[in-house]
Design a protein. Structure first.
Length: 96
């Protein structure tokens, strides 16, 4: 397939609109050959901006849920650690 720059140069140097239209039609024809409807498995796997945005939102939601879960564990562990430290301080204080 012709690169986009080559296509631009061909369009810019085309002598008339009919030639430009033919060049554009050829590009569309090659695209249709490359991606025939949705029967081509590669096309089924292509992601649109909508798909990407939906995935991004799902990931943000999952990250927030994990963040909340980690925060609960962290608070619980800090409370437990504080209790152990206080118990050790009171135990040492009783010994003296």
């Amino acid at each position: 397939m012709t690169s986009v720059v080559e296509l631009y140069e061909q369009l810019a140097s085309a002598p008339d609109d009919k030639t430009r239209a033919r060049l554009i039609a050829e590009v569309f024809e090659r695209m249709e050959e490359r991606y025939p409807e949705v029967k081509d498995p590669e096309v089924k796997d292509l992601a649109t901006q909508t798909h990407l945005r939906e995935t991004e939102l799902r990931l943000q939601k999952e990250i927030e849920q994990l963040r909340s879960s980690v925060l609960r564990w962290l608070v619980g562990l800090l409370a437990g650690q504080t209790a152990v430290i206080l118990a050790a301080i009171f135990a040492i204080a009783r010994m003296q």
